[in-house]
Write a protein of this length. Sequence first.
Length: 249
Amino acid sequence: MFAGRYLWWMLIALAVFLFFAMSFDYVTWATVATSSCARVAGSCGPLILMMTGTIKPIGYYIASGIILVVTFARIHHIGMSWLWCFFVLILFGASAPFPLLLANVWTGQMNAEMVMENLPVAFPFLVVFCTYIGWSFEDGGGRPLGPWRWLRVAIRLSALYGAMIALAQTPAFAWMPGRLLDMPALSVLLATWQPKLETALTLGALDDRLAYLALAVFSVALAASLFGPRIEDLRARLMTPFMLKGSRR
């Protein structure tokens, strides 16, 4: 999927999410008001339940599906490893409840302090990565993750840390496998190991300082990888006057 098309579909997904998160309640109200169900006591309940309990979640699923599909397609198109799809899937699963909390800001039920307290570190990781792969690599924008091996290692290690801390801090990753496989004992085992993994990753501090440090490394390394070809071209131009005549190729 080309960069422009990827950006287009991501904006479509954002628009779908914002509509169902912030405007769909008005649609529900208008539907109830025009259906004349209020004339019969209790007859509006099934309609409201269908609108808010079925159609509204479907809208969220549509937006989520668009984001995942186009992101996977973009990763494949620019030639990145399929392991990055698992990285995106883990971050998306860990940060999925957070955008729903942002919708409460619109209704005045949350303030900036409450938003920052509930911000999972997986969400900025996901935003940074999705923004990065939207770069137009097809138009001579270099290769994904940059030309330098040490830079690619820094990106992958920081991404691995972000994925592992997301696995450790998200309870859904503990109960979901056991429920899907109908193995409650597996869920109990994973739930037992999650705090131990978090303790190991945070060096016993049980806070997000190291996670945000990894996020900073991840962001800076991805940004540096975008300028790799330009730095190489600049170095070649600066070195050209000093090269011997017979050494030029």
